[in-house]
Design a binder for this molecule. Structure first.
Ligand code: B12
Ligand code: SF4
Length: 465
C-alpha cells in the first residue's frame, strides 16, 4: 500500500454546526487510518469552504464524502462537479448511503455502509492508485459493476469499541471558544426505536466504550485542549448505570477533571432518582430530554407506546429537584396528528417550565418508521429521498414559514393555513420559553425583590451611595 496516500474528507456541516458539534465520525476514521497507515495525509473541508479549490490545492488520491439525508442531493451535485473536473475516486459514507445504498450517485466510486473504520482501511489496502481491487470481496460496500449496483455482504460491527482510537480532533477544526467546550460520544447505537429516529436502524445494536476509555478521552480533552465543558452526545449516555458509576470513580482519580461540567441526553422513562444522583456526581448540569409530544396519542405514535406523559412530568420535576437545567425537544406535524393534539403539546410545553425547548417539524428521514408511514400515506416516494421532505430543524424569531414551506411536502394532514398558524404559535411559545437562562434568573431576582420588599432596601441603598 502507498503509505503517503492523501485523503480529503468533505462533511455536510458548516462552521456553525461544526463548532456546535464537530463531525466525530470522520474524526474516528482519521484517527484509525493514521494509526494503521502512519504516513497517510488526511484533510477536511466543511461545506462553507471553497470545495473545488480545496481539492485542486490538496490534490488528494481519494475524496471521502460524509452526509446525512438532509444534504444528500447537494452532495450528489457536488460529486458530479468533482468528477467532471478531477479524476479522483469518491468514497461515500455516513447515514444516508448506509440506509439507502441503491441511491449511490453515479459520480461516486464506492459507498461505505455502516461503521466505517475497518471498511475504509480495507479499501485503502486495495487501492492501486486509480481504483480499487478485490471489491467483490470487501464487506460493507456498495459499488457499480458495468452500471449494475452491487451491495456486498454486511460487515460485522467492531466487537470492542476500545480498539478504535480517540477521534482526531486536530482535523475537525473545532473552535474551542464556547466555554472551551467539546463533544464526545461514548457509545454507538440505541436499544430503543422511536418513530422519528434512524439511529437504531443505522447501528443495529448498542455498544459502549469502556469507562476507562471514556475517562482517558475526557482527560486528553482537558489536557490537550483546555476543555472545561463536555457535551455527551450519545443517543442515551446513561444506558448502563454501572458504567456511569465507574466513570465517576475513575474521574475522581484525575484532579484535572474535577471541575468539568457535562451536558447529556436522556430518555424520560429511564431517568430515575438513582440516575439523577449519578449524573449530578459526574458533574452534569444540563439534561436534554427527547420529549416529542405533550399529547398522549401523538406520544404513543412517536415513542411506540413506550412513554407516558406522567413519566415526562416526573422526569422533568426530578431533574429540576436535582438542579439540572432541562431542555426538551418536541416534534409537531406527524401524520394523524390534529390541530387539537398540537395545541395539547403547546400547553404542555408552557406547563413544564423547561430551561429551553426546541420544536421541529416532523421529517420522514430514511431509516425511520416515519419514512415508512410517509410511504403508506403517499407523502414520500418509495426509496427516493427528496429535499421536499425536509423543512427545518429549529425555529428562529425571524422565520417566514410561508416562504419556508413553499414546494415542501409535509407529513401533516392538517390544512396548510391552519398548520402555518400553528407554526407561528409554536415560534411564540419557543421565544417565551427560550429567553436566556440569565434573563430568567434576572426575572426571578426581580420578582423576589418585588415580592419580598427587598426592592425598597436595595433601591434605598442605591440612593444612599
Ligand atoms: C451528533 C449528531 C449530530 C450533530 C453532529 C453531526 C455529525 N454529522 O456528526 C449535529 C447536531 C450537528 C447534527 C445535525 C443533524 N443531524 Co444528527 N446526529 C447526531 C448523532 C446523535 C450522533 C452522530 C455521531 O457522532 N455518531 C458517531 C459516529 C462514530 O458515527 P457517524 O458519524 O455515523 O460515522 C461513522 C459512519 O457513518 C461512517 N462514516 C461516516 N462518514 C463517512 C465518510 C466516509 C468516506 C466513510 C468511508 C465512512 C463514513 O464511519 C463513521 C465511523 O464509524 C446521530 C445519531 C447517531 N447515533 O448516529 C444523529 C443523526 C446522524 N442526525 C440526524 C439528523 C436528521 C440530523 C439533522 C439533519 C437534523 C437537522 N438539523 O435537521 C442535522 C444534519 C446536519 C449535519 N450536517 O449533520 C439523523 C440522520 C438521519 C438520516 N437519515 O439522515 C441521525 C441518525 C439521528 C436521527 N434522528 O435519526 N447531528
Ligand atoms: S430518539 Fe433517542 S431514544 Fe429514541 S431511538 Fe433515537 S436515539 Fe434512541
Amino acid at each position: 500500500m502507498n503509505e503517503n496516500l492523501k485523503i480529503h474528507f468533505i462533511v455536510d456541516m458548516d462552521e456553525q454546526s461544526s463548532n456546535f458539534a464537530p463531525h466525530l465520525g470522520v474524526g474516528y476514521l482519521s484517527a484509525f487510518l493514521k494509526q494503521k497507515i502512519p504516513g497517510i495525509k488526511i484533510s477536511l473541508s466543511l461545506m462553507s469552504d471553497d470545495l473545488l479549490k480545496d481539492i485542486n490545492t490538496i490534490n488528494p488520491d481519494i475524496v471521502g464524502f460524509s452526509c446525512t439525508s438532509r444534504y444528500f442531493l447537494q452532495f450528489s451535485s457536488l460529486a458530479q462537479e468533482i468528477s467532471a473536473q478531477f479524476s479522483i475516486p469518491i468514497i461515500w459514507g455516513g447515514v444516508h448511503i448506509s440506509i439507502a445504498p441503491h441511491e449511490l450517485p453515479v459520480a461516486a466510486s464506492i459507498g461505505v455502509l455502516g461503521e466505517g473504520e475497518l471498511t475504509v482501511f480495507e479499501l485503502l489496502e486495495n487501492f492501486n492508485g486509480s481504483g480499487f481491487e478485490n471489491i467483490h470481496s470487501i464487506q460493507g460496500i456498495v459499488f457499480r459493476n458495468v452500471g449494475k449496483l452491487i451491495v456486498n455482504e454486511k460487515r460485522p460491527y467492531i466487537e470492542n469499541l476500545d480498539h478504535v482510537p480517540k477521534p482526531d480532533l486536530d482535523l475537525l477544526r473545532v473552535a474551542w471558544n464556547r466555554r472551551n467546550r467539546a463533544v464526545m460520544t461514548t457509545s454507538r447505537g440505541c436499544p430503543y426505536k422511536c418513530r422519528v429516529c434512524a439511529s437504531s436502524t443505522f447501528w443495529d445494536r448498542t455498544r459502549l466504550f469502556s469507562a476507562e476509555y471514556v475517562v482517558s478521552e475526557m482527560r486528553s480533552l482537558v489536557e490537550k485542549y483546555d476543555v472545561r465543558e463536555i457535551l455527551l452526545f450519545d443517543d442515551f449516555f446513561a444506558i448502563n448505570k454501572q458504567r456511569v458509576a465507574k466513570i465517576i470513580e475513575l474521574k475522581r482519580t484525575v484532579p484535572n477533571l474535577a471541575k468539568i461540567r457535562f451536558e447529556c441526553l436522556s430518555r424520560v422513562d429511564s431517568f430515575s432518582e438513582e440516575m439523577a444522583q449519578l449524573l449530578k456526581e459526574l458533574g452534569v448540569y444540563r439534561i436534554s430530554f427527547g420529549i416529542e409530544s405533550g399529547c398522549q396519542k401523538t406520544l404513543d405514535y412517536l415513542k411506540n407506546k413506550k412513554v407516558k406523559l406522567s413519566q415526562v412530568v416526573d422526569a422533568v420535576s426530578l431533574a429540576k429537584r436535582y438542579g439540572f437545567q432541562c431542555v426538551g425537544s418536541f416534534v409537531i406535524g406527524s401524520p394523524y396528528e390534529t390541530e387539537v393534539d398540537i395545541r395539547e403539546t403547546f400547553d404542555f410545553i408552557n406547563r413544564l417550565k423547561l430551561t429551553s425547548a426546541q420544536i421541529t417539524i416532523a421529517t420522514p428521514f430514511p431509516g425511520t418508521e416515519m419514512w415508512e408511514d410517509g410511504k403508506k400515506i403517499g407523502k414520500v416516494r418509495d426509496n427516493q429521498w427528496s429535499d421536499e421532505y425536509y423543512v427545518l430543524f429549529g425555529f428562529d424569531a425571524d422565520l417566514n414559514f410561508r416562504e419556508l414551506l413553499k414546494g415542501k411536502s409535509l407529513l401533516t394532514q392538517i390544512e396548510p393555513e391552519i398548520f402555518l398558524s400553528l407554526l407561528e404559535e409554536a415560534k411564540n411559545i419557543l421565544l417565551k420559553v427560550n429567553i436566556s437562562y440569565k434573563q430568567k434568573l434576572r426575572k426571578i431576582v426581580r420578582n423576589l425583590i418585588i415580592n419580598t420588599g427587598m426592592g425598597f432596601v436595595l433601591s434605598s441603598k442605591k440612593h444612599s451611595t
